[in-house]
Design a protein around this ligand. Structure first.
Ligand code: ADP
Ligand code: MG
Length: 357
């Protein structure tokens, strides 16, 4: 039978995208400068993420996959600082319940040896064994949803679309992560391993973009650097899930800046490439459909036909938004979105006006 744990833990891991997102964020949190994502059969057979980060300390082996265990912070106050991606301790626990899951980890002090960790479905450490390994952590997620036939079937049916979605997401992580080398590959059951994309350990986002989208893409780009003010007192009433944020008295800073790289509004140039739009809030990749719409509306007013390249990182006070509104933290609630969108459109039009076309 299906345990309560199995059903509850469906939340943070809903598809291949959330698997890759959670594992890559863990690698970044661990200070990795090199992250390799390996899909097998587009992720249906396996998603493996290998990093060269700090590794996992032996005293944490027992707890890492238990529900709500996190080594990352202990007080709600820390939540606003958001120095790390993770803070809920849910990803590994969910993966134990939803996949065939194991971890290989080694710390600098371990020499050429590491430890393989196996867990049961509830996240309890089942066994450890010594294995050759370099410093860092490899997390292996095999046969996602193997024990949930309906979700497995659905995943199999949508895997092509899902794979494109996960590549777009990984593009965003690779582009925003200066100093981190990314390599993403896929291996079909009887085929060769093929590299989807890779980046070098670049000092800045521009070179990451060149690695991912080709150097030619850079030629069409102009720097994005907009600044304006918002009214941080414009907040929705505190919701249940956001109560630890929204009830804060401190309104925070009013300054907003939007930095990055975007294509010039040139008519008839380039081709239709809808996966070239990446949005971030304080350097976290996230879905911001309203912001995307605002950008695209401004481009439309220039009568361009192709979809523009947009790499936009919105920098704003951590009190000006909630990340806690959805389990996967992809959806971000901007408290004063209306003002932000108005200012954004105005500033963009001004920017485009000042460039030769
Ligand atoms: P969270 O990221 O919210 O802490 P997770 O379930 O994603 O929760 O991870 C649980 C714990 O496992 C982390 O707090 C961390 O201690 C450890 N961990 C997971 N992935 C890695 C990794 N790639 N490198 C080092 N430690 C890791
Ligand atoms: Mg995590």
């Amino acid at each position: 039978g299906r345990s309560v744990h199995q059903i509850q833990s469906g939340q943070v891991i809903v598809d291949i995208c959330s698997v890759a997102k959670e594992l890559v964020e863990n690698s970044i949190d661990a200070g990795a400068t090199s992250i390799e994502v390996r899909f097998k059969n587009h992720g249906l057979d396996a998603v493996e993420v290998q990093d060269n980060g700090a590794g996992i300390a032996p005293e944490d082996f027992e707890t890492i996959a238990l529900k709500h265990h996190t080594s990352k912070l202990s007080t709600y106050d820390d939540l606003s600082a958001l120095r790390t991606f993770g803070f809920r301790g849910e990803a590994l626990s969910s993966l134990c319940a939803l996949s065939k899951f194991h971890v290989i980890t080694a710390r600098a002090s371990d020499g050429p040896k590491g430890t393989r960790l196996d867990f049961d479905m509830s996240g309890k450490l089942k066994g450890t064994s010594v294995i050759a390994a370099k410093q860092g952590t490899t997390v292996v997620v095999e046969s996602l949803f193997y024990n949930l036939p309906v979700r497995r079937k659905e995943l199999e049916k949508t895997i092509k679309r899902e794979y494109n979605k996960v590549l777009a997401l990984l593009n965003a992580y690779a582009c925003i992560s200066a100093g981190v080398r990314f390599s993403v590959s896929n291996q079909m059951p009887k085929g060769k391993k093929s590299i989807a994309f890779s980046t070098n350990s670049n000092p800045n986002t521009k070179e990451n973009i060149a690695n991912v989208y080709g150097t030619k893409t850079l030629l069409a780009l102009i720097p994005l650097d907009l600044k304006f003010e918002m009214d941080p007192s414009n907040r929705p009433r505190p919701t249940q899930s956001a109560r630890n944020w929204s009830t804060r008295e401190d309104p925070g800073s009013r300054e907003v800046s939007i930095v990055g790289h975007i294509s010039r509004p040139v008519v008839g140039e380039g081709r239709q490439t809808p996966d070239r739009q990446m949005f971030f809030v304080n350097s976290r990749p996230c879905a911001l459909p309203q912001v995307a719409k605002a950008f695209n509306e401004v481009y439309k007013s220039y009568n361009i036909t192709q979809s523009p390249f947009i790499f936009a990182d919105i920098k704003l006070d951590t009190n000006a938004y909630d990340v806690n509104v959805s389990p996967d933290k992809r959806t971000i609630l901007l408290h004063d979105q209306t003002t932000l969108l108005e200012n954004l459109k105005e500033a963009l039009a001004e920017l485009f006006g000042s460039h030769d076309q």
